[in-house]
Write a protein that binds this ligand. Structure first.
Ligand SMILES: Nc1ncnc2c1ncn2[C@@H]1O[C@H](COP(=O)(O)OP(=O)(O)O)[C@@H](O)[C@H]1O
Ligand SMILES: [Mg+2]
Length: 498
């Protein structure tokens, strides 16, 4: 018998949105059950119902086979169900100890056993913090562990995690997923809410896919041979990628050569320390690192936003007219002119080209309209019209506009910083697919990302940057997430720069 079972759950929010539509879901003891779906699929709502935060419009919840109705999260916790929300629910000014004791009864607190339990759980979770320090000084990962400890002390049997890795970076996310497995092996039932297929596959014993409020299917991990099956369930479409990564032995001409580059930040600290690499025609060269290790300054100097101290940046450009395409991380500051229209932003980087400007600098609006339309269709940018100032679009749509513009510019070199951050699953997939397509057409791509999975999915080579240096360049065939993570953090003794 499953620990818990949800049957035919419906949730209609007061505004009339049907967020959950006849969903069924169960969790067994000792399993990691991934709840996978696009943004807005209803995952959080369904789990808030299971954890007593929301009342269902209809449907039933069973715990150990007995029907229950939860009045509150505390009530659900009495049955052993605890949820860790996307935003922390700890009280920042209170100490770790005070926080983990929230919700415990006087009886629990009196027991000497409590401190022993805390000690044991700290060890288990590898949480090495002073219990008296206030929670606000803890790192994101530590706060997560404190929340888990709190749930464990409250005797949770089911732990629900809502997109837990979205706020932690690459290697820490890997460790976090390992911890989920460890919790499951201790007998906890774990629910991992996620929109990342790779992440779900990495840890789950089973996965339930949600789409538009419905639970589409529940599959065992070993029934899933191809992740595209999950993608289709999530998106509700049949499609096959048109381009797959083609491993190539040899590349042609370098399009970008960086040699012994040294760059300082605004405070005069050397952030890029004698970095050398090349991006060649037709390859996707990944640059990965924990934020703050010099990637930002490196890209700023390549794109001309920051002056280098020494070293060389050489563009080996055969088409004289095309400056490199650039998808910046700072979308609003660098990527668009917020108060200009969608149309003007669509040609922001090229409006001086003959194609778009006639004599005396008069813009050719019909041509500009054409290209804008192409970008809008290509990237599915949602905008009421082309004349709307860009600042009124949502973040995701602005991102799509920039990506579309840069992908379609036709330059030989593309520098893409976190090009899929903030995009929904479908658009992110579309962007990756097009990066591969561009590379197959001969474009050289420098992809800066903190998402190890993304980098491994599309890159031919991956450079790890740490402390201002490139500490290792992997060929895609020899790279795996764990090793990359180790180089990002220098987590293993004996790893030295090379
Ligand atoms: N408090 C709310 N009031 C009204 N609608 C909501 C509320 N929370 C979520 N929704 C809507 O319900 C749907 C499902 O949302 P959610 O459960 O957050 O999905 P997911 O977690 O899969 O991204 C979305 O259309 C969302 O806009
Ligand atoms: Mg959610």
């Amino acid at each position: 018998m499953p620990l818990i079972r949800l049957e035919n759950i419906v949730k209609i929010y007061p505004g009339g949105t049907v967020a959950v539509d006849n969903a069924c879901f169960e969790v067994e003891k000792g399993e990691v059950h991934a709840l996978l779906g696009e943004n807005g699929a209803g995952k959080t709502t369904l789990m808030k119902i299971l954890s007593g935060c929301l009342k269902p419009t209809s449907g039933s919840i069973y715990v150990d086979g007995r029907r229950v109705e939860f009045r509150s999260p505390a009530h659900a916790m009495k049955y052993g169900i605890g949820m860790l929300h996307q935003h922390f629910t700890l009280i920042p000014s209170m100490s770790v100890l005070e926080n983990v004791m929230l919700g415990l009864t006087d009886q629990d607190v009196k027991k000497e056993k409590l401190l022993k339990d805390i000690e044991r759980i700290s060890k288990f979770l590898r949480l090495n913090v002073d219990l008296r320090s206030p929670v606000h000084v803890l790192s994101v990962g530590e706060k997560q562990k404190v929340e888990i400890m709190r749930m464990m002390l409250l005797k949770a049997r089911i732990l629900i995690f809502d997109e837990p890795t979205s706020s932690i970076c690459g290697p820490d996310a890997e460790n976090f997923l390992d911890m989920l497995k460890k919790l499951a092996s201790e007998g906890y039932g774990i629910v991992l809410i996620t929109h990342k297929i790779r992440e779900a596959l990495k840890v789950c014993d089973r996965v339930t896919v949600m789409r538009k409020g419905k639970t589409i299917s529940t599959l065992k991990r070993d029934e899933i041979k191809d992740e595209r099956v999950l993608l289709e369930m999530m998106l509700g479409e049949h499609f096959l990628p048109e381009v797959l990564k083609q491993p190539r032995e040899e590349y042609e001409t370098p399009l970008l050569i960086v040699k012994d580059l040294v760059v300082k930040n605004d405070q005069g600290v050397v952030k890029v320390n004698r970095v050398s690499f090349e991006v060649r025609k037709g390859e996707i060269f990944g640059l990965i690192g924990v934020e703050g290790n010099g990637q930002k300054e490196l890209i700023e100097s390549i794109t001309g936003l920051r002056k280098q101290l020494s070293g060389q940046i050489i563009f080996n450009n055969s088409k004289y007219s095309s400056s490199p395409s650039y998808i910046p991380e700072e979308r609003m500051e660098v990527g668009v002119a917020p108060s200009l229209s969608v149309m003007k932003n669509a040609v922001l980087r090229d409006f001086e080209r003959e194609e778009f400007s006639g004599r005396y600098g008069i813009l050719k609006f019909s041509k500009i309209g054409e290209i804008t339309n192409k970008i809008i269709h290509f990237m599915d940018v949602r905008t009421p019209n082309m004349n709307l100032p860009v600042k009124y679009l949502s973040g995701g749509n602005i991102q799509k506009l920039i990506v579309g513009r840069e992908l379609m510019r036709g330059s030989e070199l593309l520098i893409a910083e976190q090009p899929t951050a903030g995009l929904d699953v479908r658009s992110a997939y579309h962007v990756r697919k097009n990066l591969l397509k561009l590379a197959s057409m001969g474009v050289g791509i420098l992809l800066v990302s903190s998402d190890i999975d993304e980098v491994l999915e599309v890159c031919d080579r991956v450079a790890v940057m740490r402390d201002g240096r490139i500490v290792r360049i992997f060929n895609a065939s020899e790279a795996d997430p764990k090793r990359i993570g180790m180089y990002m953090l220098a987590a293993e003794v004996g790893l030295s720069s090379q």
